[in-house]
Design a protein around this ligand. Structure first.
Ligand code: GDP
Ligand code: MN
Length: 396
């Protein structure tokens, strides 16, 4: 399995309806409902629910609410009609690429009775290296935006794994969030349940946004996102079977097939680098040049000419790419091998997308000669600050 270091970070996702089933197994309340793969099934479920329902597109992306992926149906016929337009289509949200992701199932649920929307998540805190609970009484919205604009509305509680979650921590969060008295203990118990799911399944993220408060003071998980640490998946073959590979980014899947560690990002500069640390540093350089990386990619320490060329092919398929930055520190991986791979990808793609290259180490001079001789639109950079300057130039 490929390792990823960023957004998606080494993570296997599952669908909302599957995440909700797991949460329910651990004692978290979820809305009544069922997943449907056909419009007729969506109709049947709506009948079972009493004649009204909410139809929710099942995709590995949030932001469905604002993009037509969550629609209220006032009747079974309407539920069927909505499911017919969703199933088989591609949903585009602000979290997907412009091509969107395919919808093959919808979750049909009873309409929720929402008094308040809370945010709850458990993930691994990179600073402390342990689990952290993140909670806010301003749920339903984009949590990244909230944390950027009003960080004081978000509260955190670290969990010491040798002690585990203590209900006291949940009560403290509930008080900080200003929940009413009768919700304090139920909220803490919900967190206890969520943490035991997190821990038992080696999750890397459990996010419930929103966890709603209903008019009869119940806490219900209205949405659920679960991702798992792929280093621990050998312990959970059941989870691995849930993964829906149709939801994966096509470029990431192609890269995984070549055993290339590639994560698709939203920017305009493709980065070809060896070593995860250098790859991270290179992405910072791209940002310093006023651009954004279109990918994270580590070709590894012993890539062949063919692997380098496949990596570049994948980058060049990304329509947002306006420039390529190669930052190679030659060791076992020879710079001339990388250069030959680059040349062959540029020739077969017939492209003149500007190329900024920094090569150091084994056979760096030979590598640069290969690139110059091939007549590519290449600018060489020496130092890291030089990379920033050259990249700026090339994108002008
Ligand atoms: P997301 O946009 O992909 O995160 O999808 P969610 O399932 O979180 O839904 C987004 C928003 O739609 C929620 O925050 C709610 O405000 C609203 N919503 C979702 N389901 C229901 C429902 O059953 N009833 C009502 N009234 N609103 C809902
Ligand atoms: Mn949500």
């Amino acid at each position: 399995m490929s390792r990823k270091f960023l957004k998606g970070v080494g993570k296997i996702k599952i669908h909302e309806y599957q995440a909700k089933e797991l949460l329910h197994d651990f004692g978290v309340e979820i809305p009544r409902g069922r997943v449907a793969s056909t419009p007729e099934e969506a109709r049947d479920v709506c009948v079972e629910l009493g004649g009204t329902s909410v139809v929710k597109a099942q995709v590995y992306a949030g932001g469905r609410g604002q993009s037509g992926g969550i629609i209220l149906a006032e009747s079974p016929d309407e539920s069927q009609r909505i499911a017919r337009t969703m199933i088989g289509s591609r949903l585009v949200t602000k979290q997907t690429s412009v091509d969107g992701v395919p919808v093959s199932k919808v979750l049909v649920e009873e309409p929720a009775d929402i008094v308040q929307e809370l945010y709850v998540a458990i993930t691994i805190d990179r600073a402390s290296g342990g689990p952290v609970i993140i909670a806010s009484s301003f749920g339903g919205v984009d949590i990244e935006e909230l944390s950027a604009q009003e960080p004081e509305k978000i509260f955190q509680e670290s969990i010491d794994i040798s002690v585990g979650f203590n209900l006291f921590q949940g009560r403290r969060l509930a008080r900080l969030m200003g929940l009413k008295n009768e919700l304090v203990v139920p909220f803490a118990k919900n967190l206890e349940a969520i943490y035991s799911l997190f821990q038992r399944h080696d999750a890397s993220l459990v996010e419930i946004n929103p966890l709603i408060v209903t008019s009869d003071n119940k806490l219900v998980a209205l949405d659920a996102k679960l991702t798992f640490d792929d280093d621990a998946l050998f312990r959970h073959p059941d989870i691995l079977n849930l993964a829906d590979h149709d939801q994966d980014d096509p470029l990431e899947s192609e890269a995984a097939g070549y055993n290339i560690s590639y994560v698709k990002l939203d920017g305009n500069v493709g980065c070809l680098v060896n070593g995860a640390g250098l790859a991270m540093a290179t992405m910072d350089l791209v940002k310093a040049a006023g651009a954004n990386p279109s990918n994270f990619l580590d070709v590894g320490g012993s890539a062949s000419e063919e692997k380098v060329s496949q990596a570049l092919n994948i980058m060049l398929k990304d329509k947002n790419v306006e420039g390529i930055l190669v930052n190679i520190f030659g060791g076992i991986l020879r710079c001339d091998v990388v250069a030959k791979g680059i040349v062959s990808a540029y020739k077969s793609n017939i492209t003149d997308i500007p190329l900024v290259v920094r090569m150091l180490g084994t056979n760096a001079d030979e590598g640069k000669a290969v690139l110059s001789d091939a007549g590519l639109n290449v600018i060489f950079a020496e130092s890291l600050s030089d990379v920033i300057e050259r990249l700026r130039e090339s994108l002008r």
